[in-house]
Every structure is written in C-alpha cells, then in structure tokens.
Design a protein around this ligand. Structure first.
Ligand code: SAH
Ligand code: SF4
Length: 393
C-alpha cells in the first residue's frame, strides 16, 4: 500500500530545498552548511565579502532567492560558476524540503515539509478572488494543548520550530508566488502548533516576515488557544515595539464546562481569566481581537449560545469580531459541521457583535490544521509496518 495516499489523493512529491543539508552533514560534521534563508541582507553581504566576493553579489543571491524563488545555486545563472560551486558546497537555501503537495479545486495548496530531522509540518497557501494570497504556517511540530477536535492536537507534541523554520515556510511560499508575478499578502499562524507556547521564536519569525518579506504587521495574524499570560506579554511586546500584529483567540464555547471538555487549556485559564487578558490586550494596544468559533452541530450553534457569547464579549466594547468557521471533521472527533452558520451570525449581529462566516478553503484536500501531516504519518507508519512484515517473512 506504500504510496497509496499519494496516488489516491493526487499528492505529488516534489524534491528539494535543503536536501543537500542532509548529505553535506552526513559527509562532514565539521562544517555545517550556511542556510542563506537564516541570513538577512547584511548577513549575506558579510558571508560573501568574507569569501572575497564584491558586495553586489549579495543582492544578486538575494534576488534569486526572494524574487525568483530559486532554491538551486547551480541555476543562479548571473553568478560566476566558481561562486555557484562554492555556494553549492557550503550553503543551502532553506533547511527543509517539500515532502508532499496537494492542490485543491479552489486553488488552495497544502504543503507538507520535511524538516532536517525528518519531522513533518504543514503550510497552506490560500488564494482569494480579490488577489489576496494568505499563507497559513506552523509554529510547532504537533501540539501539546490537546483540543479534542483538532488533528494536530490528536497527534500530540513533538518539538518546537525555530524562528528560522517558521520564517522559511512563508519565505518559500512568498518567493514562489513572486516568480509567478504574484505577491504573498497575508500570513496567519494557524497551522500546526500553539504559537504562544513558542513565543520568542514566533515573534522573531513575525519580525523577519515583516522586514525581509515586506508584509505589513497588520497583515499577520497570530492565533492562540488562549494562554492568558502570553496574551498579556504579547500586548506588552506589541505596544512597546509599535508592532501592529493581529491577534486571534480560539474560543469555540462560551461556558467553562463546555469549553473545558473540548479544550483542556480552559481548565488552567478559564473564560474569566482569558477575557481579562483580552481586555488588557485591547487596553494596551487599542487593537481589535478576532475570536474563532468552529461551528459544531448541536454543540455550539444555537441561538442561546450566540446570545451568551455576545453578552460575554460585551466588556470588549466594539473591539471583538467573531469568525465563524465550519468544523473540519477529524478522525478522532465525532462532532459534525453545523448547517446553522447564517442563523448564528445573524443572532450575533443582532446583539451588536460583528461576525462573519469564513468560507472553508481546501475542503476537498482536508486543509485543516494538522490533517495532511496526520494522514502522511499514518501512511508512514503503515509502510513501516508493511516493511517489518515483509522483513519477517
Ligand atoms: N494553536 C492555535 C493556532 C493553530 S489552530 C489555536 O488553537 O488558535 C488554528 C485554528 O484552527 C484554531 O482556531 C483552531 O481552533 C482551529 N481548528 C483546529 N481544528 C479544527 C477543526 N477540526 N475544524 C475547524 N477548526 C479547527
Ligand atoms: Fe493545538 Fe491549536 Fe490544535 Fe488546540 S487547536 S490542539 S492549540 S493546534
């Protein structure tokens, strides 16, 4: 059955970016290749001038990488052959390779990255009719927060991503779009992992996305499960650096009992504590907060629920917006998507809380958080079991 997932769902393997890292490391432990995506423009200049190259070579390499989306030094044809060969030997563009890619009928592309230590993470690129191109990126391998409805939560926690690995997901997608004369316009931290459990790396990556990819902070959203102390810390960082990053909170239920049942984090930071932190954020940054609400049939889609939610958000006085998202069914959760989104949104609007239904992108490719990595890991486990069985024959 090996490769069944790939064939059955139209996934196509695509090589590269960073495969040389593995072979080079295997060859020699002494000199680790330099990942040029880990360097800013000044760092790239320092590297190339230390090799005796003129300063303008840094601009050329930078253009190849960031504007033309080229990940092969050998194909950077404006560079002299000797420099290309040295870069091939001593550098890489990125540290991860594309393990799988899946394209949806609506233009959504879901990508599975293989990291240098074989872990898998996902990014999703969503294309909208108004020209927006949004990258949804991961902040951790897996997640320890255990939300019952979430494929990443069901998978458990593996490790943190470095700021470089987080930035790279957006950088590769941005470069690929630029090569097609398109532009990455938005980034959302809504892939695998809990961004505020990897706070420093996430904020660092966001700063690099702003500076190196030219995406405004207002077009970058960090979504959290509701870690109250980190929401306060985020408010302080944003205020002190005048960083206008957007904040989204995954709410999904309006009573502690119901929220605690599907989101264990609520047992540590209950709704009152979470809302206090949200009020602090609004007070310190004067910015709005988006609340995510995955609509689950019969669980959180009633008119009463909408009224309770509106009442709960009253203290935020016009600074709250609710994004109603359809539940993406996952293997380990029996809840079903609700057909009541219009009624739910209307009730919220009636109660004075702005709310919109977010159309689900990539519905035919399971472009929900953690779902592709989950399917791929399952396939990998099956292949390993099969190999073991064959070996045992
Ligand atoms: N850990 C962060 C960000 C990643 S999850 C967080 O929880 O906010 C991104 C969003 O996807 C969150 O709002 C999360 O609740 C939502 N989500 C996870 N699984 C989902 C599913 N099966 N259906 C719909 N939304 C889901
Ligand atoms: Fe983690 Fe977010 Fe999934 Fe919850 S919804 S398990 S916090 S990734």
């Amino acid at each position: 059955m090996r490769g069944a997932l790939l064939l059955a769902s139209g996934l196509r393997p695509r090589a590269r970016a960073g495969t040389r890292v593995l072979s080079a490391v295997a060859r020699s432990e002494a000199v680790a290749p330099q990942n040029v995506l880990a360097l800013d423009r000044a760092g790239l200049e320092d590297l190339l001038t230390s090799w005796g190259e003129p300063r303008y070579r840094a601009k050329q390499v930078h253009d190849w990488v960031y504007t033309k989306g080229q990940t092969e030094f050998a194909l950077m044809t404006t560079l002299p052959k000797q420099l290309r060969e040295r870069l091939e030997r001593e550098a890489t563009v990125g540290s991860m390779s594309v393990a799988l890619e899946q394209c949806s009928r609506d233009g959504t592309r879901k990508r599975l990255w293989k990291l240098h230590d074989d872990h898998l993470i996902e990014s999703v690129l969503m294309a909208y009719d108004d020209g927006r191109r949004t990258a949804c990126i991961s902040s951790q391998v897996g997640c320890a927060m255990g939300c019952t409805f979430c494929a990443t939560g069901q998978m458990g926690y593996r490790r943190q991503l470095s700021a470089g690995e987080i930035f790279e997901q957006a950088a590769h997608l941005a470069a690929e779009l630029r090569a097609k004369d398109e532009r990455l316009s938005n980034v959302v931290f809504m892939g695998m992992g809990e961004p505020f459990r990897n706070f420093d790396a996430v904020v660092d990556a966001a700063r690099r996305i702003i500076k190196q990819l030219g995406i405004g902070a207002r077009h970058i959203t960090i979504s959290t499960v509701g870690l109250a102390p980190e929401i306060r810390r985020f408010a302080d960082v944003c205020a002190s650096e005048s960083l206008e990053l957007k904040l989204a909170i995954s709410l999904h239920q309006s009573t502690d009992a119901a929220r605690g049942a599907i989101m264990p984090v609520n047992r540590k930071y209950d709704l009152a504590t979470l809302l206090d932190a949200c009020e602090y954020y609004v007070k310190v940054t004067r910015r709005r907060i988006s609340f995510e609400w995955a609509l689950i049939a019969g669980e959180n889609d009633s008119v009463d629920e909408a009224r309770r939610l509106a009442k709960m958000l009253k203290p935020l006085r016009g600074k709250a917006h609710i994004n109603v998202i359809p539940l993406n069914p996952t293997r380990g959760y029996e809840g079903l998507p609700s057909a009541q989104s219009a009624r739910f949104v209307a009730e919220l609007n009636l109660a004075g809380v702005p709310a919109t239904v977010r159309t689900r992108r990539g519905i035919d490719i399971d472009a929900g958080c953690g779902q592709l990595a989950d399917a791929a890991s399952k396939e990998r486990r099956e292949a390993q079991r099969e190999a073991a069985a064959v070996g045992g024959d």
